[in-house]
Design a protein around this ligand. Structure first.
Ligand SMILES: Cc1cc2nc3c(=O)[nH]c(=O)nc-3n(C[C@H](O)[C@H](O)[C@H](O)COP(=O)(O)O)c2cc1C
Length: 372
């Protein structure tokens, strides 16, 4: 506990003030490089684990045949080149998603691609699927054996020209085919239909378009479970219609959700959002809508779909709220950037305390208890 308090203090008062004065993309690249080096060396991995990771039997779950040591995962977008898979368990994550990866490599949108809204506890994201492409990621991980469930997020290639729906579907299907044909041991898929930063006018929110996509993807007889990464920008009725479609296919779960598009959302500090560049927002401005949609999906689908909660998790209480609303697992990125890498262990330790307080023996006993 003392070590964690010290790490939190050091991050907040030393590392973060320095990081937050530097270009966000530069900091991200530097942190990724450090994480990659730590991951490669077994003794550095062990040291990282000693200082950061926390385990407890009540956090363990087996879901869709995958074993999770704890319910806290790295959300898509942080490790978009799939370089951090070795260090994630040592940092304390129970699982992690790489990507979003597309069929073809993509430079992403032009700079600035990242910004910070410190008062709103949010990041401005305008990356546009910057990623090395599926072939590069698969060849990097041809021999990898992961210590925790690692999933791969797949989305359409962000080409600088309009694509038809049919082209977008065959582009996405091509990525799935390549993963299936490879030896890479990713354990689950995220199908990202909800990136708001892409060029062109392809969309998969309307039931007809979503049905066409899921029909093409699931006809591949995939060997790993698929989770659909959902938007938080749509109204309840539209999300409900999307869930109706999803339940008609061999899709195992949904993730709520992606970035906040609504600059008028009350969770923003108005002066800060007014001067923000082009892009959409992570962190606290996503939390409320993510939670509402977790509850909606839980009420509508019961346990027919596994729900993963993503959006604004900055503490054990935030993670626990998502779990009690219906999420079996949670994901985060922005919380770690604002609070430091010890946050993962802090959340897990805090979850054990909250479970004990409420008389639950394990995470799975708490899932959905606030939505009954
Ligand atoms: C820098 C950044 C890049 C992101 N890129 C992706 C992405 O490529 N694919 C995706 O599904 N979500 C992406 N997201 C959204 C996150 O996965 C997540 O849904 C959202 O940020 C809410 O979680 P958070 O508040 O813990 O960051 C990105 C988020 C951030 C901050």
């Amino acid at each position: 506990m003392f070590a964690t308090s010290f790490q939190r203090f050091a991050y907040r008062n030393v590392a973060k003030p320095i990081f937050f004065r530097m270009d966000p993309e530069f900091v991200h690249d530097a942190v990724t490089m450090v994480g990659r080096i730590l991951g490669f060396c077994p003794c550095l991995r062990r040291a990282t684990k000693f200082f950061l990771a926390y385990g407890h039997p009540s956090l363990e779950q087996t879901i869709l045949g995958m074993h999770f040591h704890n319910p806290v995962g790295l959300t898509a977008g942080f490790d978009y080149k799939a370089l951090l898979t070795r260090i994630l368990p040592a940092v304390g994550f129970g699982f992690g998603t790489v990507g979003t990866i597309s069929n073809l490599p993509c430079e992403g949108n032009s700079r600035p691609r990242l910004g910070r809204l410190p008062l709103s506890r949010s990041l401005l994201v305008n990356k546009g699927f910057r990623n090395p492409g599926i072939a590069a990621v698969l060849s990097r991980h041809a021999q990898s054996r992961f210590a925790i469930p690692i999933g791969i997020s797949i989305g359409k290639t962000n080409l600088p020209r309009p694509m038809t729906q049919a082209e977008a579907i065959s582009d996405i299907v091509s990525s799935f085919r390549q993963v299936e044909a490879s030896r890479a041991s990713f354990q689950y898929y995220e199908l990202n239909v909800s990136c708001p930063n892409l060029f062109g006018n392809v969309e998969f929110y309307s039931p007809g378009h979503l049905r066409e996509l899921l029909s093409a993807v699931t006809s591949l007889q995939l060997t790993r479970p698929v989770f659909v990464k959902m938007p938080i920008s749509e109204g309840d009725e539209d999300v409900s219609a999307m869930l109706d479609v999803i339940m008609g296919f061999r899709v195992k779960g949904v993730i709520f959700g992606n970035l906040q598009k609504d600059r008028k959302h009350p969770s923003f500090v108005p002066d800060e959002v007014v001067s923000a560049d082009k892009g959409h927002f992570s962190g606290k401005p996503t939390e409320l809508r993510s939670n509402e949609l977790i509850a909606l999906a839980r009420r509508k689908c019961g346990s027919a779909l596994v729900i993963i909660g993503s959006g604004g998790v900055f503490s054990a209480e935030d993670a626990y709220e998502k779990i009690r609303l219906g999420a079996s697992l949670v994901q985060l990125a922005t919380g770690m950037i604002f609070e430091g890498p010890q946050l993962i262990g802090e959340i897990n330790r805090g979850l054990v305390r909250l479970l004990e307080r409420d008389g639950y023996k394990s995470i799975s006993d708490a899932v959905g208890t606030a939505t009954r």
